[in-house]
Ligand binder design. Structure first.
Ligand SMILES: NC(=O)c1ccc[n+]([C@@H]2O[C@H](COP(=O)([O-])OP(=O)(O)OC[C@H]3O[C@@H](n4cnc5c(N)ncnc54)[C@H](OP(=O)(O)O)[C@@H]3O)[C@@H](O)[C@H]2O)c1
Length: 284
């Protein structure tokens, strides 16, 4: 049994490989598909098979997936190009005879109004049309997404956002990675759809209170609305498309689109999700 993970030099993909090894998969049974071999030295050192293929390179991807039974397609990071790139990987998996594809999608990808959702929905549709059985790992937001602005939030005493009173059921990357590893090492996964989110379903007012608690400094939430928030983020130096995407995600939170009480994550990993305070504390 050979299991391949794309995006293996990325944060999530690397954690999935760690989790597969922890779950007893031998390193020689894991294929790390990477686009930059220089970043994969630590994987090779651990005995993981490293193969090089960009999502856009059909021939290289087909060769990289030769002999692979199960594939985790980690959604790419080049927003706007992902439908073509993911379709290309799925085409390659079909040509290579892969037996199962798990795909890292987005919570409620088929109905969400978050700007990132359409590429995930289109990828899910392409997978549904494939003869290869597919599993959708509909990941919620990462708690790590709040680390980049955490110092500023603590210093200024204000968590800025546009999530209103909506709740977010985020989780750590490591928890989503462990869930992916559970699916890849499990039986009868084809056709399953997992809506994945953590135990803590927080409003931003509650998240601000967590940050205040772990930093020992007062922090309050200030809601500025979607368009003003996008403008503030762009003004702070984020690329326009990232600012718009983050503000859109907050608007999605306000509508409950990044919230779930499915219990799917907890059932897969066999434990509660890692507390948000633990994820954020390391950075405070
Ligand atoms: N749920 C959330 O909150 C959230 C947040 C951010 C992102 N995401 C999604 O989840 C994915 C995984 O998250 P992450 O934190 O692991 O992101 P990440 O660290 O940026 O990893 C993305 C991985 O995809 C690889 N990749 C991107 N484009 C590629 C291409 N054209 N060909 C081959 N490989 C390509 C990257 O390769 P390199 O290592 O060479 O760059 C990297 O290994 C992201 O790509 C994104 O789709 C979800």
């Amino acid at each position: 049994m050979t299991t391949a993970v794309t995006g293996a030099t990325g944060n999530l993909g690397g954690l999935v490989i760690d989790a597969l090894l922890r779950r007893g998969i031998a390193p020689e049974g894991i294929v790390a598909v990477v686009r930059n071999a220089d970043k994969a030295a630590s994987l090779s050192e651990r005995g993981v098979v490293v193969r090089v293929a960009d999502y856009s390179d059909s021939a290289a991807m087909t060769a990289a997936l030769a002999g692979v039974d199960k594939l985790l397609l980690v959604s790419g990071s080049e927003v706007g190009q992902r439908i073509a790139q993911h379709s290309n990987v799925i085409d390659a998996a079909e040509a290579a005879g892969v037996g199962l594809i798990a795909y890292t999608s987005l919570l409620a990808a088929d109905t969400s109004g978050v700007s990132l959702a359409p590429e995930h929905k289109a990828t899910e549709e392409r997978l549904t049309a494939s003869a290869i059985p597919a599993v959708f790992l509909r990941n919620g937001w990462y708690w790590e997404n709040y680390l980049g602005s955490l110092a500023q939030t603590v210093d200024g005493g204000v968590l800025l956002g546009a999530a209103g009173n909506g709740r977010i059921a985020a989780a750590s990357r490591a928890d989503y990675a462990d869930a992916a590893a559970a699916v890849l090492t499990g039986d009868d996964q084809g056709g399953k759809i997992y809506e994945l989110g953590g135990d803590e379903r927080l409003t931003y007012t509650e998240l601000a209170a967590v940050i205040a608690n772990i930093s020992g400094k007062p922090v309050v939430y200030k809601d500025v609305g979607e368009s003003e928030y996008a403008g503030i983020l762009a003004g702070a130096g984020l690329p326009d498309f990232v600012a718009t995407m983050l503000a859109s995600a907050d608007a999605g939170i306000s509508r409950g689109e990044l919230d779930t009480d499915s219990g799917d994550l907890q059932a897969l990993i066999g434990r509660p999700s890692t507390p948000v305070a633990e994820v954020l504390r390391a950075a405070v």
